[in-house]
Design a protein around this ligand. Structure first.
Ligand code: PLP
Length: 281
């Protein structure tokens, strides 16, 4: 059975979904996106994702193509039509269709596309192995644009090395994973993660997890850290909307801790799932 997807006001089978070749998302990567997790058929972190979407659009001089309530209803309708229990909903807003020109077109309606991806999100996780690699992305990583070629190429470096992902490095410090935020735990149990700036995406899971970190009384330092610090860490992990909290077991072939998912990441993942489930809508 094919998925039912949403394109500019219509719910259609995925084979019938069409966007113009003149769409600026296609020609210029002139578009932003969100990925929102679904558990038990309900949406996690809705407010966070829709707030970030509005911010990303605003930074690029675009507006929401539908209201927040309408957007929530589209998410819910896609969950219903695809009987989605666990997975993610991908949403993309582009600047719309216009003849090719570097200047932004005026008064062009945005293109809005959403689709579901079914995936088990709650099975125990094995943890991943990462390499470090130069961060070759642009300087506005705080905007969630669809310009994903640089992280995609970087992910392929990791795959070619037989690993799962890359932690990207700029000026000697880790920025983030190719599609996630990066953390280490020091010998004294302090969690270290890069502070928010234009250098990284402001993860919605990061914000939720850091709230839990404070509630749990775990020490936190928001500052850049190096690959060398990561190699000596007691634990390392990452966060992302459809991965929650997941351990990093190896950095550049160096085993972190005992090479198994660490207690802090495992605990945070369990608490996160419990809390996010309660707040799901
Ligand atoms: N950093 C980058 C570069 C990402 O692409 C993502 C998610 O796609 C994240 C961090 C994690 O953000 P979130 O927790 O909102 O999924």
């Amino acid at each position: 059975m094919s998925r039912i997807v949403y394109v500019n006001g219509e719910y259609v089978p995925e084979e019938e979904a069409k966007v113009s070749i003149f769409d600026r998302g296609f020609l210029f990567a002139d578009a932003v996106y969100e990925v929102t997790a679904v558990l038990d058929g309900k949406i996690l972190e809705w407010e966070g994702h829709v707030n970030r979407l509005e911010r990303s659009l605003g930074e690029l001089g675009m507006t929401m193509p539908v209201t927040r309530d309408e957007l929530l209803e589209i998410h819910r309708e896609l969950i219903r039509r695809n009987t989605l229990d666990q997975g993610g909903i991908y949403l993309q807003v582009t600047r719309g269709v216009a003849d090719r020109d570097f200047a932004f077109p005026k008064d062009t309606p945005e293109t809005l596309v959403l689709f579901t991806q079914a995936r088990n999100l709650t099975d125990p996780k094995d943890g991943i192995k990462v390499i470090s690699a130069p961060d070759i992305r642009w300087q506005r990583r705080d905007i969630k644009t669809v310009q994903l070629l640089a992280p995609s190429m970087t992910k392929m470096l990791a795959k070619k090395a037989g690993k799962d992902d890359a932690w990207m490095v700029e000026d000697g410090y880790v920025t983030e994973g190719t599609s996630n935020n990066a953390y280490i735990v020091t010998e004294d149990g302090t969690i270290v993660t890069r502070n928010l700036s234009n250098s990284i995406l402001h993860g919605i899971t990061r914000a939720a997890v850091l709230k839990l970190v404070a509630e749990q009384g775990i020490k936190l330092e928001e500052r850049p850290f190096t690959v060398e610090e990561a190699k000596k860490a007691k634990e390392a992990f990452f966060t992302a909307a459809t991965a929650f909290v997941c351990s990093v077991l190896e950095v550049d072939n160096v085993t972190i801790g005992d090479g198994k998912p660490g207690p802090i990441a495992t605990r945070l993942n369990d608490i996160y799932i419990e809390e996010a489930r309660k707040a799901a809508i």
